[in-house]
Design a protein around this ligand. Sequence first.
Ligand code: SF4
Length: 362
Amino acid sequence: MAALPHLTGFTREELAALLGELGEPRYRADQVFQGLHGRRLMSFDEMTDLPKALREKLNASATASTLTIESKYTSTDGTRRFLMRTADGNPVEAVFIPTENRDTICFSSQSGCALNCDFCLTAKLGLLRNLTAGEIIEQIVLVLNDVYGVGGETPHGTNLVAMGEGEPFMNFKNLIKALDIMADEKGLFIVPGRTTVSTAGVVPKIHEFAALARRPNLAISLSAANDELRNKLMPINQRWPIDELLAAAKAFEKTLKRGERFTFEYVLLGGVNDSDEHAEELAGLLRKHDLRKVKINLIPHNPAEQLEYRPSSPEQVLRFKEILEQNGVSAYVRTPRGRDIYAACGQLAAKQEPNLVQIAGR
Ligand code: SF4
């Protein structure tokens, strides 16, 4: 039996068309949109502002929810990892990262990932499938409801990062649609400025992204400053090598407005890409491509049994940062969050460990 349409992934215009087919006026579409996104309801039955007959029609022809939370893990630092399943049984992970002033939700764009970065646990899953726009949005709805209660106020505002399972630009259309829907002021109202999309370097999509009228922030995962090393660490480099990637980054930079910046992420792997020479090489690469509006986020590697890498020493992380700064490059060290529950960068691999602190699943 074909799956019912998942209305969470419908724009307001698409909802209006669908409800029009059911003989309903336009304002009903706005009510349904508000119910799904503004009130974060997960079923039509809870939308008691709709007539019962319409709720029954919707129940028969569509769905408001497709993901289930299989397990939840909470870190000693307050980070929560949610392992969810799609209706057809694929894993999806989202991570809630609280800080004093704001909350960040890291969400998945695909189940698994095809790109095979050598330092990433998600790569071990392979690509299972692209997520739909509705599945992308539902992750955020489920996480917010879990943390703040169904429809509860979000006191800190919500930042989004597309850095969970998958390469977002390999699921470009669904991702952008989901972000547009989430930006709608009648719904979740998470504007593009609060959202960051991270790519491993899908060059044609960087150009497409640059041309969007309302676009989120961009992060590019670099992790090596020469092709030989990057080919090994991030095999996507064999398709779009560093010079091509940085040319795309420069084209993107030219579209930035005054005061805007973008990010390169650099995972620091002990003894592999973290020497003083590597830092000099990275600074030289940015000079060569005349990249001025970029900042570097240094991400200490998050180790895992199946990965052969170790983190850099804290001293070398600082040294790497200093060398970049001496070369006029802004560099920041990202504190790993949720390492103990496999929630940190590169650790999402649908891990279900009995010895992790699990809180009751829904
Ligand atoms: S780092 Fe990102 S792009 Fe690379 S394998 Fe992991 S999830 Fe995929």
